[in-house]
Design a protein. Structure first.
Length: 118
């Protein structure tokens, strides 16, 4: 009886390991695709990430916390999170012109503000 039980456990463990390995491989492939798109967009930029950060900080009047290439956009854009007065502002900067395209409160800031009101 124990031999049969051990055999079943071994098969189940092998299935779990295989499933985890396949998931990791799929995730690595997605990560490489995302990185390739970011590199392609970054190569099209006329301004540096540092310049985009400066533009965002000046527009909002705060300090940058995080900055990255916006891979969801078809044009090269930088997405910078700027902290001012305890709120996180999400700033989109055009990677070719350096112009600030959009400023909005980050979703987490909105949630935190709503929770503080309650």
């Amino acid at each position: 009886m124990y031999k049969k039980y051990n055999k079943i456990l071994k098969v189940m463990l092998a299935m779990i390991i295989i499933t985890g390995t396949v998931a990791n491989i799929a995730q690595a492939g997605e990560s490489k695709e995302k990185e390739a798109k970011e590199l392609k967009l970054l190569s099209q930029a006329k301004i540096s990430l540092t310049e985009a950060i400066k533009a965002a900080e000046q527009k909002v009047g705060g300090k940058a916390m995080e900055a990255e290439v916006d891979e969801e956009s078809n044009a090269v854009q930088f997405e910078i999170e700027v902290l001012k007065d305890g709120k996180i502002h999400e700033v989109k900067v055009d990677g070719k012109t350096g112009k600030v395209l959009k400023v909005s409160l980050d979703n987490e800031s909105k949630e935190n503000t709503e929770n503080e009101k309650e």
